[in-house]
Design a protein around this ligand. Sequence first.
Ligand code: LMR
Length: 309
Amino acid sequence: MKVTVVGAGNVGATCADVLAYREIANEVVLLDIKEGVAEGKSLDIWQKSPINLYDTRTIGSTNDYSKTAGSDVVVITSGLPRKPGMSRDDLIETNAGIVKQVTENVVKHSPDAIIIVVSNPLDVMTYQAHITSQFPRTKVMGMAGILDTARYRAFLAEELNVSPKDIQAVLMGGHGDTMVPLPRYTTVGGIPVTELIDKSKLDEIIERTKFGGGELVKLMGTSAWYAPGSAAAQMVEAIVRDQRRVFPVCVKLEGEYGIDDVYLGVPVILGKNGIEKVIELDLNDDEKKLLEESRNHVKEVMEVLDSKR
Ligand code: LMR
């Protein structure tokens, strides 16, 4: 299996590193427009292989897409990260142009690839990759739900002083402040979380999750990378190993949840064909309302993109 990661910044390099040391693909190509950066980082990852014992080949490329030819999966991390005080939506103008150009090259060199978008604003950049590639919705998706859910699970594990491995959760909606964590679908070793934590504490954790990316931007002056890069690698793994994992993924909705033509995070089954199935949960009225608000926000930003096309 050949996987390309476009963008050798912190998120792209982390993703390539996880793909390599977990031997998720035989070959990982890291590409960037900055001269030498992708070559340097992929060489560094390759030189780690005798220490950490893996044989995935990592190859770097300065904007030469011929090296990415025939990739099975392409992860797009290109674009600017946000700075403190910015919302993800503030990145739309710059990043839409970048994602468009990258996608054109992906289509040219890897016409059968499955595309995973990581660039922000996530839902709308996934839409951009879809309109540029014209690939079916099963093959163009965005990484955000795994990341947002991981933050939620990590906060809960810390509060309950239990292993994060035992927290299972679903989170829906756009990758922004309107995301929708679902306590009703959150369990700790099979026990509903609501039986283990006060409502006020749970509400606090939900709020912290919604602003989880912003918390890190404030601390570091730039966006996070370890969890986002690892989350993207986990999606690649589910696809290349045909694991049929159930993850929240940003996908184009075509009538599910009463929503049409909007890219939004919902639970799906992820396997060798990409999105194998969109799972429709039986949401209650409050949850439906929150999802609708999130949909409206993403749709507004999609319209901003449409008005500039
Ligand atoms: C994240 O959630 O970490 C990413 O979307 C980056 C960001 O700017 O928050």
